[in-house]
Write a protein that binds this ligand. Structure first.
Ligand SMILES: [Zn+2]
Length: 116
């Protein structure tokens, strides 16, 4: 694993726990981390989360279409199919192209699910 300070571009072997660079003493949340295995592991976990949300939205849609369409909340939950499938697809593309990997920041491992 390698980490690069976003301020002074110094490479280190480990990411400092405090986020403070030992060379320039600047704090940053945007360290560039070069760790393909950890990146794939986190992306796969987020893909599982997307799959669970997708399945819940699909069940909600089936409930609305087949049993009762009176519940507005169930229709709204069904709308989560769209972001869940888009998010799953972009994460799938990211982990199937190791040649395009240039390192990642903590922002690359965010999920849309807490926005619900
Ligand atoms: Zn630095």
């Amino acid at each position: 694993m390698k980490a690069r300070c976003p301020e002074c571009k110094t490479d280190t072997d480990t990411l400092p726990h405090t986020g403070v660079c030992s060379a320039c003493h600047q704090f940053s949340n945007d360290w560039l981390i070069d760790d393909w295995a950890q990146f794939v592991k986190m992306k796969k976990f987020l893909m599982w989360c997307d799959a669970v949300v997708f399945l819940m939205a699909l069940l909600s849609l089936a409930f609305c279409l087949l049993i009762s369409s009176d519940y507005l909340v169930m229709w709204l939950v069904s709308l989560a199919i769209v972001p869940a499938s888009l998010s799953f697809h972009t994460k799938y593309l990211a982990i199937t192209r190791p040649d395009d990997y240039q390192g990642h920041t903590s922002k690359d491992l965010r999920s849309w699910i807490p926005l619900i």
